[in-house]
Write a protein that binds this ligand. Structure first.
Ligand SMILES: NC(=O)c1ccc[n+]([C@@H]2O[C@H](COP(=O)([O-])OP(=O)(O)OC[C@H]3O[C@@H](n4cnc5c(N)ncnc54)[C@H](OP(=O)(O)O)[C@@H]3O)[C@@H](O)[C@H]2O)c1
Length: 320
């Protein structure tokens, strides 16, 4: 096992969340001294709370994974809160990090920061090539500002940081709450519930042709810790993904097969499809992480996810 973070002080914001839990588990296994600031104790939208957190728990490494966000629903109903909370969360934490002399900051970004009109394999150099998609701009843009702050703080204060751009995650520990959930969790819930209810059919929106990318959450956590160890270029973010495009049809058929659902599948092609292809270019990731690539294929990842969901359904359905 990699012991790079052995005895190091590591603070993980968002460490009790979906991705954060997997990061914390790995860091603890490596022997790191991990601290997770919970929102009820440290509301990191306040600079005072950020400073208190990092003064009480000085950090060799700060992984910033906290965010307030969700599915299309809250992007429509709470654009102001999404904008304000994510912007000040990131800005204040970076300010507190440089004031308390954190060793290195790893900012967790999102593929929603890429220009909305771009399709195909998205390269890091294209991050600033155009505006975010209107449906996610209030969240995507605030995350992107962290890349600007990282560069500015390196130049003026010498603070070391990197910016990672994550593709869509799925796996154990995700939220299955419809106000929150992303495509994989929403489909898994639909299939498991239809299977339990012996429903005769399931309707899916669109043609199934759009191609997206999905990374198993545990692989993503491994990649983040490798990047924390090996990647140091604040001038260019690093994509974290599989680089493999999966059509929504293939995703649906794999979930169908793993759940063993035996009813009929109906594609409602009157509903819109969205962008045809959004996949990250992971060639820089592979070079930066010493040739690493995510080991979990979609079917195996979905099998573990569905087994976890069946065992934790009520808790997962309630989770924010
Ligand atoms: N999930 C994905 O598919 C995906 C894709 C791309 C990027 N990302 C990024 O990955 C990161 C983790 O995502 P996730 O899905 O694991 O999120 P999550 O489950 O919603 O967890 C977010 C965490 O942020 C913490 N938080 C929110 N506001 C806070 C505040 N004001 N002060 C302190 N803590 C606060 C919450 O802490 P409490 O539990 O204490 O309330 C929560 O545990 C996010 O930055 C997200 O943008 C996720």
């Amino acid at each position: 096992m990699n012991k790079h973070w052995m005895n190091k002080r590591v603070t993980v914001t968002g460490g009790a969340g979906f991705l954060g839990q997997h990061l914390v588990k790995r860091l603890e296994r490596q022997g790191a001294q991990v601290f997770v600031p919970r929102r009820r104790d440290y509301d990191l939208t306040s600079l005072d709370a950020c400073l208190r957190c990092l003064l009480e728990h000085p950090a060799d490494l700060l992984i910033h994974g906290a965010a307030y966000y969700g599915g299309i629903g809250i992007n429509q109903t709470e654009p102001g809160r999404l904008y304000y909370e994510n912007l000040v969360l990131g800005a204040n934490l970076m300010e507190a990090a440089r004031l308390t002399k954190v060793g290195k900051v790893v900012n967790i970004g999102t593929a929603c920061s890429y220009p909305g009109y771009l399709e195909g394999h998205l390269k890091e150099e294209d991050l600033w090539a155009g505006p975010c998609h209107a449906s996610v701009v209030n969240y995507g843009l605030t995350k992107k500002m962290l890349a600007v702050q990282g560069l500015a703080y390196k130049r003026q204060y010498g603070l070391d940081s990197i910016h990672l751009i994550l593709t869509n995650l799925y796996g154990p520990g995700d939220s299955y709450n419809p106000d929150r959930s992303h495509v994989v969790a929403a489909l898994v819930r639909k299939w498991v519930e239809a299977d339990l209810a012996k429903a005769p059919s399931i309707e899916v929106w669109g043609t199934g042709k759009p191609v997206r990318e999905f990374i198993y959450v545990e692989d993503c956590a491994d990649a983040i810790l490798l990047a924390a160890e090996k990647y140091n270029d604040v001038s260019l973010p690093l994509n974290i993904g599989t680089g493999i495009g999966t059509s929504i049809r293939e995703l649906v058929e794999t979930i169908n097969s793993v759940t063993g659902y035996s009813g009929q599948l109906i594609w409602n092609t009157d509903k819109p499809d969205g962008a045809m292809m959004k996949v990250l270019d992971v060639s820089r990731m592979s070079n930066a992480l010493g040739g690493w690539s995510p080991p979990t294929n979609l079917r195996d990842g979905l099998s573990k996810t569905i087994a976890w969901y069946r065992a934790n359904k009520s808790q997962a359905d309630e989770k924010w």
